[in-house]
Write a protein that binds this ligand. Structure first.
Ligand code: SAH
Length: 364
């Protein structure tokens, strides 16, 4: 795959950085505010259409800077309100992002964007397609944010698009380990949240992590009210280390302690994700141990995710009756449980599967 030369992108730049850009191109500093409005509020990526900017500046921006650096490779529609985009980054790697539209009983729809933070992943979870080819590279803050632009354009094509209220939640649950690319993650989320940026409430943003205790505490210290989701996936260190190799260094207890500290500091409820893998972690004993593990945890929520099959993983989804029994046991133990629907399986919704297939096609 050849690298496409691109001019530096403005997406992801803060107001201070945009000020430097406009001043270096001979415009007055205050023009940076208009540029941020065009970019983040109107989501205009064509400089020539940023008509609130001086003409001379627009022309110079066209010559020296870019906006979107990724291109859409495919958009796969599950027909159930889930559309997954595969994006090719300027230097070749493919990442994924998803727009999910769910209709509520009252007829309103709720839209969730799922975004990636890395091309590939270094964590190596055995049931996850994203890590199968290892980590290719970190995304920049701009590349993380670009997915929001691409999903916005996708949303605009839908007859159900609501310009004022097009998005309700953002989940950082795509490819990669967000806390393993901390600075870029924070850069992107700050722009998403900021008054000068997308103005998207922190309480509507969820960061999902494999469980890196130091980074969880660092996230808490940033002063945002992001929701935190912890990928638990096992109830003993032995099993968790088999499923999630990084557990050797972190250990279950440390992670749960860090998650409790996160709750204390931010007052945001923590969700524990638990991918049920057939015969691995889906037994009644596992459910009982989970109740004990989370017994003292303030307002814990558990999201059960029946594993999406990943070819080559050698692992299988749990039987329906296992999922039902697991759910029942947790409820009896007073745990707040949700079972995630298998939405979008037809678009290869589990992490990284679409990209694996596309990269295989590229190689073939
Ligand atoms: N690195 C982050 C984000 C990863 S993806 C994390 O570990 O949380 C979001 C969730 O999907 C994680 O809980 C992850 O373990 C889970 N997941 C990955 N592959 C899956 C699969 N094949 N089936 C079901 N869940 C999967």
């Amino acid at each position: 795959m050849c690298t496409v030369a691109t001019l530096p992108s403005l997406i992801g730049k803060t107001p201070d950085q945009l000020r430097e850009v406009v001043v270096s191109l001979g415009a007055k500093p205050f023009v940076a505010k208009q540029l941020a409005e065009c970019l983040y509020k109107k989501r205009e990526t064509d400089f020539s259409r940023m008509t609130s900017l001086p003409v001379a500046l627009r022309e110079k921006l066209v010559r020296s800077y870019s906006t979107l650096t990724s291109t859409v490779v495919t958009a796969e529609d599950s027909g159930e309100g889930t559309i997954k985009l595969a994006l090719r980054l300027f230097d070749g790697p493919i990442i994924e992002c998803v727009l999910m539209r769910e209709s509520g009983e009252d007829g309103t729809s709720r839209v969730t964007a799922c975004i990636s933070t890395q091309a590939g992943c270094a964590m190596g979870c055995v049931f996850c397609a994203s890590g199968m080819l290892g980590l290719k590279r970190n995304l920049t803050a701009g590349e993380i944010l670009e997915q929001m632009f691409q999903l916005y354009y996708l949303s605009r094509m839908s007859p159900e698009h609501d310009a004022e209220n097009w998005l309700h939640n953002v989940v950082v649950m795509g490819m990669g380990e967000p806390l393993h690319n901390f600075d870029a993650l924070m850069g992107a989320l700050e722009t998403l949240n900021a008054e000068w940026g997308f103005r998207f409430a922190a309480r509507r943003i969820t960061v999902s992590t494999v469980g890196l205790p130091d980074k969880i505490r660092e996230l808490a210290a940033q002063g945002f009210q992001f929701n935190l989701a912890i990928s638990l996936h096992a109830t003993t260190d032995e099993k968790r280390t088999q499923l999630i190799p990084t557990n050797v260094a972190t250990g279950l207890k440390n992670i749960i302690d860090a998650a409790a500290d996160y709750f204390k500091q931010t007052k945001r409820e923590v969700t524990f994700e638990y991918t049920l893998v057939g015969g691995e972690n889906d037994q009644p004993d596992d459910a009982i141990r989970m109740i004990e593990l989370l017994h003292d945890f303030p307002r814990a929520n558990v999201n059960l995710i029946p594993m999406n099959p990943v070819p080559g993983s050698g692992l299988k989804p749990p039987g329906t009756e296992r999922v039902e029994e697991f759910t029942r046991l947790l409820r009896e133990g007073n745990i707040n449980v949700h079972v995630r629907k298998k939405r979008g399986r037809s678009v290869q919704a589990a992490c990284g599967q679409l990209r694996l297939r596309l990269e295989a096609d590229t190689v073939a």
